[in-house]
Design a protein around this ligand. Structure first.
Ligand code: HEM
Length: 440
């Protein structure tokens, strides 16, 4: 409701001048940062991160209001993130331009579109696994998962026929952007923000060239880029709109999936009885495949309930998107508190996913809790409302296919300390989870 009377600001601390509580947020264990504040202040509290005053929300009902009432809470990111991803990208849009883009992007990630990618995704997995045998069998999980999700993102965006040299050059630029993603927006020579912005500019130039080439040969090619280039005249997008959205989708698809996959491997390592259950399920599918001498299919991925629940629990426990950013379009009153116009509002998924009210014994990794569907709006790893994730099915299929082949070929042990978290830019196990692989 818009404000009436004189409600007060929510309780909470704004931290240090300018940096606010940013440092605490990105160095502490995220569970500790949020749960300490929730205990002290309740389900709505104020803070100050990345240069912005904000209100954090840990009630599912209120989080849902924030995500679905887009006329009161528009999607917005700190200016640093908006500049890095491109101002025309889908994340920052509203109204008819947003729904137009959303339909186009969704069409490239519907089950019907993913079905056609399964074979290629399987090839990527098999090549990746084969490449490990050539090393000492010691790998950095996050790096390898990034390679994998990057290649899948590339084929979904540029089509299955994309040339390796076309995409290799984009990789280091992406890495640079990722490094600057959580940095303070200080555009001084040498800062990670400055490096990320330079990489963003180069990436834009490369993409413009790819767009130009594809327009010249009239064949627009496959993938999302093919869809965006092939629009009828009245629906056409400018090159800038196309570039920002291609860059945005790759970003949204790449690190997210790689980070969740890294957690997935960690949890399967930490809980051998779950790994055994997953292996039994996958072995059955492998036997069927062997009988008919075929690769994995979309239908196979629909018959993996045990593995699917492990993935659901991984998404809950890892909660790699601890929160999202929205902005109050006008002064709004929520639960008796004022949210001033222009303040950021952050639904705290992680805190909701770790609430014992909705997920009993929340620190326990227990996939069986998903044998019963979670209460409405309490489980939002892919968001909610108009901006919810169009890539959720692709992400899950990627995980299922990797697990199918990995559990058939390898067991793995974690090297060194197996605790702790770092941000690159999403929370992942410390040092990216170095593991030693043993061929079965
Ligand atoms: C496990 C991996 C992933 C997770 C946890 C994840 C999570 C999310 C979440 C929470 C949102 C909502 C953002 C908001 O409301 O502001 C979102 C949006 C989005 N995701 Fe994903 N995502 C994943 C993988 C992917 C993949 C593979 C793609 C590839 C298509 C993708 C593309 C997008 C796009 C384009 C949006 C913006 C949608 C919009 O603004 O309307 N994501 N994602």
């Amino acid at each position: 409701v818009p404000t009436i009377g004189h409600p007060r600001l929510p309780p909470g601390s704004m931290g240090w001048p300018y940096v606010g509580e940013t440092l605490g947020l990105y160095t502490q264990n995220p569970n500790t940062f949020f749960s300490n504040r929730q205990k002290r202040y309740g389900k709505i509290f104020k803070s100050h991160i990345l240069g912005c005053p904000c209100v954090m929300i840990s009630s599912p009902e209120i989080a849902k209001i924030i995500l679905t009432q887009s006329h009161l809470f528009k999607p917005t990111y700190p200016i640093s993130k908006e500049m890095m991803l491109g101002p025309q990208a889908i994340f920052f849009q509203q109204g008819s331009y947003h729904s137009h883009l959303k339909k186009l992007i969704q069409s490239s990630f519907l089950p019907s579109a993913i079905k056609g990618m399964v074979h290629k995704i399987e090839d990527i997995v098999l090549d990746l696994i084969a490449s490990w045998d050539q090393h000492t069998n010691t790998i950095n999980t996050l790096h390898e998962m990034k390679k994998y999700s990057y290649e899948v993102a590339m084929i979904s965006v540029f089509g299955k026929e994309v040339e390796v040299n076309e995409i290799e050059g984009l990789k280091s630029l992406y890495n640079c952007i990722e490094k600057g993603y959580n940095s303070m927006p200080l555009n001084l020579l040498g800062t990670s923000f400055n490096k990320a912005m330079k990489a963003r500019k180069l990436l834009n130039e490369r993409l413009r060239k790819m767009i130009e080439n594809r327009r010249e040969i009239v064949e627009y090619g496959g993938g999302l880029l093919g869809v965006l280039l092939g629009l009828k005249e009245q629906d056409q997008l400018s090159d800038e709109q196309i570039a920002d959205n291609i860059i945005g989708v790759i970003f949204a698809a790449h690190d997210t999936t790689a980070s969740v996959l890294t957690w997935l491997l960690k949890y399967l390592h930490d809980y051998p009885h779950l790994l055994d259950a997953v292996k039994v399920e996958q072995e059955e599918i492998r036997c069927k495949r062997m009988e008919t001498k075929r690769g994995i299919t979309w239908e196979d991925t629909r018959h993996m309930p045990v593995t699917t629940r492990v993935i659901q629990e991984t998404l809950r426990t890892a909660s790699i998107l601890s929160f999202l950013f929205r902005e109050a379009v006008e002064d709004v009153e929520l639960e008796g508190y004022l949210i001033p116009r222009g303040w950021k509002v952050l639904p705290l998924f992680r805190t909701i996913h770790y609430s014992s009210e909705f997920f009993p014994d929340p620190d326990k990794f227990d996939p069986s809790r998903f044998e019963v569907a979670p209460r409405a709006s309490t489980y939002m790893p892919f968001g909610n409302g108009a901006h919810s994730c169009p890539g959720s099915e692709l992400a899950k299929v990627e995980m299922l296919i990797l697990i199918h082949h990995l559990t058939a070929s390898y067991r793995w042990e974690v090297i060194g300390e197996n605790n702790g978290i770092e941000y690159v830019p999403f929370p992942v196990p410390k040092h990216g989870l170095p593991i030693k692989l043993h061929r079965i």
